[in-house]
Design a protein. Structure first.
Length: 478
């Protein structure tokens, strides 16, 4: 990707000044809602509303035309009818505004006439030296920059984490906004949200390439409908892989009917799912099968930085849960092997006489009377070199014992890089402080054992494949 495109995306995601072309005092309108969200979330830099009918918009001096704007505007957020877009582009170029987010619909997603308009849009952008996010986009967010340049209802989320290491590119604004609002509500830090729209100009490949070098991004999530340039897409995936930035993709349009729906939605070419899967496998992409899995895997990857093997040690407060986890692990191709003699001996010394030391390990209900048993069990499995990852299954453990166990988990996780997956069945209201402590320390919690094991499978495959490629590369260089 060219340096100019990289610079354009940097301005898009980290703007130091913004013009809203089509701003409004009416927050029921897109231009009004967009303005209100920027102000609500305390964007710290200059905001310039443009509307020839207003002198002041939401407390800010309003500019009658783009020509009246001061110099040095980084990004124009354009919320105007399709027939005005080409004039707006010319006026922005004349004012030195090189990056536009075009929210307007009526382009390739509406058929052949719209496709022709979109081709002209790109031609005009190249002629004027402009870069476009969209059209048919719902906006861009960077929480670390306090930039909420979107009209999505997700901006209404009561508590949005300011810090986060997950970036999200979505080719569906509605689905992307809905998912983002949910993960924000769960306290998951998605710091960059890009609704790419029709991708007439800047596209998913460009965004992946930029985020691969973005110091605030550790994991890249993509809701993908289709691509137009296969080589460019592969190059971006390769770059992210080399930079050790995991890319998680949910690809839709997997059936004939689904591919037809993609074309009518954004004008993208869906392509054969099998081809996408082959590319994903070759370049280390985590291809999730369920939409909800994308951020489940992402939140775990923010914490888990390596997996050495497939041997899983399981600790639970329920015998039934032990069975569920054992079944789930085997079904996912993970190993639940007997504990080493040393591990068995340590656990036998602490477990009541009616307990049985085996993997999965049931602490029995005695953990309520002896919460330190959980700490000892975890510590023992962490020190066991034959165990590659640990799954903790808490069922109905509530406060105050829940917080004691949470603090032990946090303490031990800081002493080891061994992956720890936590599944907790109890209502969060009964262990609220424990859940809060874990999230504050970026330790993911999964609501069911199956979900936790599925995530562990995705992550194990990613790291084991990456480690294998590194070894092969090292051997070939000798």
């Amino acid at each position: 990707m060219s340096e100019n495109r990289m610079e354009a995306i940097h301005k898009l995601l980290y703007p130091k000044s913004i013009a809203i072309v089509g701003a409004s005092n009416n927050t029921e309108k897109t231009g009004g809602r967009l303005m209100s969200y920027l102000l609500k979330h305390h964007y710290p830099y200059n905001v310039y509303p443009v509307n020839p009918k207003e002198k002041e918009i939401q407390g800010y001096n309003c500019y009658q035309t783009i020509h009246d704007l001061p110099l040095g505007v980084d990004v124009a957020l354009v919320v105007l009818p399709v027939q005005t877009i080409f004039t707006v582009m010319e006026e922005c170029a004349a004012k030195g505004i090189k990056v536009l987010v075009i929210f307007t619909s009526g382009f390739a997603e509406v058929g052949k006439e719209g496709e022709s308009l979109q081709i002209e849009l790109v031609r005009k952008a190249r002629e004027l030296g402009l870069y476009i996010c969209g059209p048919n986009a719902i906006g861009v967010v960077n929480t670390t920059h306090n930039f909420f340049g979107s009209f999505s209802m997700a901006m209404e989320t009561p508590t949005i984490p300011q810090e986060g290491k997950i970036s999200f590119i979505t080719q569906s604004g509605a689905i992307g906004g809905g998912l983002t609002s949910r993960v924000w509500s769960e306290g998951i830090g998605v710091h960059t949200f890009i609704s790419s729209g029709n991708e007439a100009d800047l596209d998913t490949s460009d965004y992946i390439s930029f985020l691969a070098e973005d110091q605030n991004t550790e994991v890249i999530c993509v809701y993908l409908e289709g691509i137009r340039n296969g080589k460019k897409f592969i190059d971006s995936l390769k770059k992210a892989y080399e930079k050790k930035k995991p890319v998680i993709i949910y690809k839709n349009g997997r059936t004939a009917l689904g591919k037809k729906s993609v074309q009518s939605h954004t004008g993208s070419l869906a392509g054969d799912f099998e081809i996408y899967e082959a590319v994903f496998k070759q370049f280390g992409v985590i291809s999730v099968q369920q939409l909800e899995e994308m951020f489940e895997v992402a939140k775990a990857l923010v914490t888990i930085k390596n997996v050495e093997g497939k041997n899983v040690g399981v600790i639970s407060t329920s015998g039934g849960a032990c069975t569920i986890i054992a079944d789930s692990c085997i079904q996912q191709g993970l190993n639940v092997l007997p504990f080493s003699e040393q591990t068995q001996a340590i656990l036998n010394d602490r477990l009541p006489s009616y307990g049985v030391v085996q993997n999965p390990f049931d602490t029995t209900a005695n953990v309520i009377n002896d919460p330190k048993l959980f700490h000892l069990s975890m510590e023992t499995l962490i020190k066991d070199p034959e165990i590659d990852s640990i799954v903790l299954m808490l069922t109905t453990v509530g406060e105050p014992i829940a917080s004691i166990i949470a603090e032990d988990i946090i303490d031990l996780s800081k002493q080891s890089d061994k992956p720890i997956i936590i599944t907790w069945l109890i209502s969060e209201s009964l262990a609220a402080n424990a859940f809060s402590l874990l999230r504050q320390n970026r330790i993911p919690i999964f609501s069911t054992p199956e979900r936790g094991i599925t995530v562990l499978k995705y992550i194990s495959d990613y790291y084991l494949n990456r480690n294998l490629l590194v070894k092969r590369k090292g051997a070939s260089n000798e």
